[in-house]
Each structure stands twice: as C-alpha cells, then as structure tokens.
Ligand binder design. Structure first.
Ligand code: ARG
Length: 407
C-alpha cells in the first residue's frame, strides 16, 4: 500500500496520540489508581500487664509492645492475599482493661478496589479475625474482644504519626548563623509564630493543641487575635495554619529580665499529625542533658546580627555548654540561672539569632528519638566568641508545663 504524504503525517499523528493516551492511562493508574484504605482495630491482650509507661510514646515499654503488634500484623498480611495492598500498621493507643491492656491499632492499605470498598473491608476483616483466633505467637489475644471499624484518612494519618520526636527525613551535615538548609519533614515539630501574618518567633509543637515558645515574643503583644501559627519548612508555603486561642506567659516573667522566658500557645483548633507535622518529646523533669551533648537549634531567624530572614528552615548543630563555664566572667558573668542553659561554641560561629526566639533546641537519644532541651531565649548579638546562645531549660519548667497543659 502506498500512502500519500499527508496520509503519512496523519498516520504518525495517530500513533503519537495513541502512545500518549496509553502513557496517560498508565500514569493515571500508577499515581491515582490506588486508593488508601484505613481501618481502626482493637483487641485485648491477656498476657500483657498494664503499665503506666504505655502512655509515653517514647518509653521502651510502648516501643517494644508496638513492635510486637506491628510484627504480628506484618506477618498476618504478608502471608495473605493482601500482601501487596498492605502498607503499614501502628499502635495508636494502649488502654487499661482491668490489669491487662487493650490496644488500638491503625492499619493502612492501598488498593485499586476503588469501587468495592465493602468487599475489601470484609476480606481484611476476615484475614485478621482468622489470625487472631489462631497462632499469634507470644501474644495472647482475646479474640472475642476484637473490634474492627473504618476510619477516615486524616484521623488515621494523625494516629499513624502520633509518635513524638520522630522525623521522616534527614539531610546531611550542618542558616541560623553558621547553619544549613533543612529539608521537609526533618524538624516536623517546628512552627512559625506570626503576628499579623509576619514571622516573629519560633515555637515547638508538643501536642495537637499546644506549642511551647518564649515569653518575650509577647511583650506588648498579648492579644491572641493578633497571632497565628504556621507549619511546614518553607515560610512562603505553609502546609497548615492555625489561629491562636490563648497565650499563657509564665507568671514570673517580667520584661526586660530574661528569667522565666517561657510561654505556652493554645491553638484555636487542634492540628492533625502528618508525616511532616509531629510533636517533639518532652523530657522528664529529672532528666539531665549532659554538657557537651550534641544539640540542634532550628528556626527562620536571621543569619547574622541585623540580617534578613531565610525562607527555608535553618538548622544549627552545636553542643551544650556547661553552666559553670557559661557563667565565667568573660562569658556571661553569672547571668545564667537554673532555668537557663547555654549552647553553641565558645569560639562563636554557630548560633541562633533574631527571629529564632521561642524555637526548639533538641537532642536525640541513642534510639534517634528527639527531645526538647531548650527554648531559644537570648544572647549577646549572634555567634560572637564567648557569647553563646542562652536557652530556657525545659526540664526546669517541666512541671509548670504540666500544670498548664496536663501533658
Ligand atoms: N531574642 C532573640 C529573638 O527574639 C533571639 C536570641 C537568640 N540569640 C542568640 N544569640 N542565641 O529572636
């Protein structure tokens, strides 16, 4: 067969259109074709004694129990027809049931069964029920207590991310002064505290409803209606915004003294946790972060004294400086009180600066769980030799935090 020139062009055109359409359909299915399904299940464990430590998401007791349950769920679904649809599970809560426990677990699946959610749900439920009535390894499960229900995506993601002090992403090495760019999800508890939509201070998420920050952020600006809070590592592209319901400044804070530079912000509406918005862990009052420990300060403060603010959240990697050294005559000459701590380097170089105030100074434990050590408070200029940053010592105010928030 012989084609005319315009016939050839038409044929090529047709082929290109068909190829594009096929690619389009494939991309559509890869990207959008799988819908997430979330379920909330609970059951009683008859051989695990209740322990109040189960309420602390960073306790080894909770972490170990979570791991045992998650491993049971992984085994259950990996040996089932849903092995390719099963994504993750997580223990959201451990409740007391007499002297034993009931666990609440969130399960996530991805499937193309968009239009047959009921069938997918039944299959999941049956697989679980069969497993729980059979061999559950070292966990004794009361299968009559088994409950299974749907849960919507935001509520499920909130429970999957309820852990404290865990981040999703890490970027290498060490602008704070002498700092480096962070990546999304690296410091998920960092918030920007804004007055009339202008960044003023940093703040740290300690729970769905509460943030910790510095008292001096609110000098002459105590009206919560002026304030809002944003989340996300780019100031220009916040992932979530909340108005402020209430500001609790430490009763003994009195400007211009730096003592008791701590405040709590109550959000107008709780935030739901996501992979990039999570809370930090609060240390116990008696916890001691030793001098010389590695700590990280984060914020959108200026990168030099009187400089401008960056858009990308900055991190500064530094060390805790012991209070005796920090109170030396050539350093801060006895101005460091029990409720404060110093961090940085006596040589200067890395430091928080204007606009970082209220933000977190954090430290990770041997398991990689991050705890809030301090709140950016004051310093003489920024990154000068012998003038490290001074932070409000969180352990010192731990009971005050409990008295205001119940946390
Ligand atoms: N007070 C400053 C602020 O309001 C931050 C102080 C931190 N300074 C320092 N050199 N570490 O943002």
């Amino acid at each position: 067969m012989k084609l005319t020139r315009s016939g050839k062009i038409a044929l090529i055109f047709l082929v290109v259109i068909i190829v594009a359409a096929v690619i389009g359909v494939i991309v559509y299915f890869v990207v959008y074709g799988k819908t997430p399904f979330y379920y909330h299940i609970s059951f009683k464990l008859t051989n695990v004694d209740y322990d109040s430590k189960f309420h602390k998401p960073y306790s080894q007791e909770y972490i170990d129990l979570n791991e045992r349950i998650v491993s049971l769920m992984n085994k259950t679904f990996q040996a089932s027809k849903l092995r390719r649809q099963y994504v993750i599970s997580h223990v959201a809560k451990v409740r007391q049931a007499n002297s034993k426990v009931i666990v609440d677990v969130v399960l996530k699946f991805k499937s193309c069964y968009n239009n047959n959610a009921a069938r997918f749900r039944d299959r999941t439920r049956n697989i679980l029920l069969q497993k729980l009535m059979g061999d559950t390894g070292s966990l004794c499960i009361d299968s009559s207590s088994f409950k299974f229900s749907d849960i919507d995506m935001d509520a499920a993601e909130n429970l999957l991310n309820i852990c404290c002090g865990r981040r999703t992403k890490v970027s290498p090495g060490n602008k704070i002064v002498g700092g480096l760019d962070s990546v999304e999800g690296e410091w998920p508890w960092q918030a920007s505290l804004q007055q009339n939509n202008i960044h003023r201070c940093g703040a740290t998420l300690i729970n769905n409803n509460w943030l910790l920050t510095a008292a001096h952020c609110f000098v002459n600006a105590k009206d919560p209606r002026e304030w809002s809070v944003t989340f996300g590592f780019l100031l220009s592209d916040p992932k979530l915004k909340r108005s402020v319901k209430n500001i609790i400044v430490h009763e003994k804070y009195k400007y211009p003294s730096h003592d008791h530079d701590i405040a709590i912000v109550n959000l107008s509406k709780p935030v739901l946790y996501t992979t990039n918005i999570r809370k930090v862990c609060l240390p116990e009052a008696n916890y001691n972060f030793p001098a010389n420990s590695d700590v990280v300060v984060t914020g959108w403060g200026s990168r030099k004294t009187d400089g401008t603010s960056p858009d990308v959240l900055q991190k500064g990697i530094m060390k805790i400086i012991d209070t005796v050294t920090c109170n030396n005559k050539e350093v801060y000459d006895s101005h460091i009180k029990n409720g404060m701590l110093c961090a940085g380097f006596l040589q200067g170089r890395v430091d928080a600066c204007q606009g970082d105030s209220g933000g977190p100074l954090v430290s990770s434990d041997s398991r990689g769980i991050w705890f809030l050590v301090g709140v950016v408070s004051w310093g003489e200029e920024c990154a000068l030799p012998n003038k490290p940053g001074v932070y409000t010592r969180v352990t010192y105010y731990r009971n005050w935090i409990t008295s205001k928030t119940g946390l």
